[in-house]
Write a protein that binds this ligand. Structure first.
Ligand code: G1P
Length: 275
């Protein structure tokens, strides 16, 4: 059973400036819920009730969001607005929230390594809240946790992307074992379309085995001069096994304005209006 999920939430949201000048991008609301809460709910649904946040300077509102707001609760309990309390209490009651600060931005691999003290020596999930995933059925992390029981090795979620977009992603090449499941042979971070080994792109959901931490410690900076989780996973794949999984559901790239707007419309039409 995987009980912990790491949330790297230290990054800057430059594409959303000025909105993200003093507000973390993870707190941008898709309709009425911050992006990071969608991620936390997905992790909790998968049984990963310990949510380990790798935060940074200027990210305090994320930790506040997953704590009691005493004054707010006091004000609205017993009033006509009490029903709203459920939407904030539910996630707090089900989860445990731990944090560590990443002092320097040295890449996603570095963020994962920074989270090591919160994870320890057990397999864990990683969720990038920029990638909002919605499925009519088990969420993506729940699907991957199920797969982990079978393979017992690191797993990355993948999706086919247009060939001219490979430079935005980690891209894999793998041997197809059965429908939607690949054993990874190679992975490259942000390849130019001409160098990409396929159009199967990694999206922000991972299950990692804890040996990844020692590998990360020995991983040199790669693409963009940053320590890349993709490079560490490539080492893991070469030493043993990494699987890639074409998840069921829709993924919205909420790290970009068009993806964020698309997610907002989708959630508004399919969830908010249906309530
Ligand atoms: C990160 C990873 C990349 C992955 C992507 C998914 O990149 O490094 O391999 O494909 O997330 O969203 P970022 O989007 O942080 O640049």
């Amino acid at each position: 059973m995987i009980t912990k999920c790491l949330f790297p939430v230290a990054g800057y949201g430059t594409r959303f400036l000025p909105a993200t000048k003093s507000m973390p991008k993870e707190m941008l609301p898709v309709v009425n819920k911050p992006l990071v809460q969608y991620g936390v709910e997905e992790a909790i649904e998968a049984g990963m009730t310990t949510c380990a946040m790798v935060t940074g300077r200027g990210k305090r509102t994320i930790t506040d969001h997953f704590d009691i707001s005493y004054e707010l609760e006091h004000q609205i309990s017993g009033s006509g607005k009490e029903a709203y309390l459920a939407s904030i209490r539910d996630v707090l009651d089900k989860g445990v929230f731990t944090t560590v600060r990443q002092r320097e931005m040295k890449g996603l691999g570095h963020a994962v390594l920074t989270g090591r003290p919160l994870i320890g020596n057990e397999p864990f999930g990683v969720l990038l809240s920029d990638d909002l995933c919605i499925n009519n059925g088990p969420g993506v992390l729940a699907q991957m946790a199920e797969l982990y029981r079978q393979f017992r090795c690191s797993i990355v979620a993948i999706q086919e992307v247009p060939e001219d977009e490979t430079h935005k992603y980690g891209v894999i090449r793998g041997e197809s074992l059965k429908s939607g499941i690949y054993r990874v042979d190679e992975m490259v971070e942000k390849p130019d379309p001409a160098d990409a080994p396929s159009n199967l792109a990694i999206i922000g959901r991972y299950i990692l085995t804890p040996d990844i931490f020692d590998i990360l410690q020995d991983t040199s900076p790669g693409a963009n001069g940053e320590i890349q989780i993709t490079d560490a996973l490539q080492t893991q794949a070469a030493q043993g096994c990494v699987m890639a999984y074409k998840f069921k559901g829709r993924r919205f790239d909420c790290g970009s304005v068009p993806g964020f707007v698309e997610a907002t419309n989708f959630v508004y039409e399919n969830y908010y209006l249906q309530d």
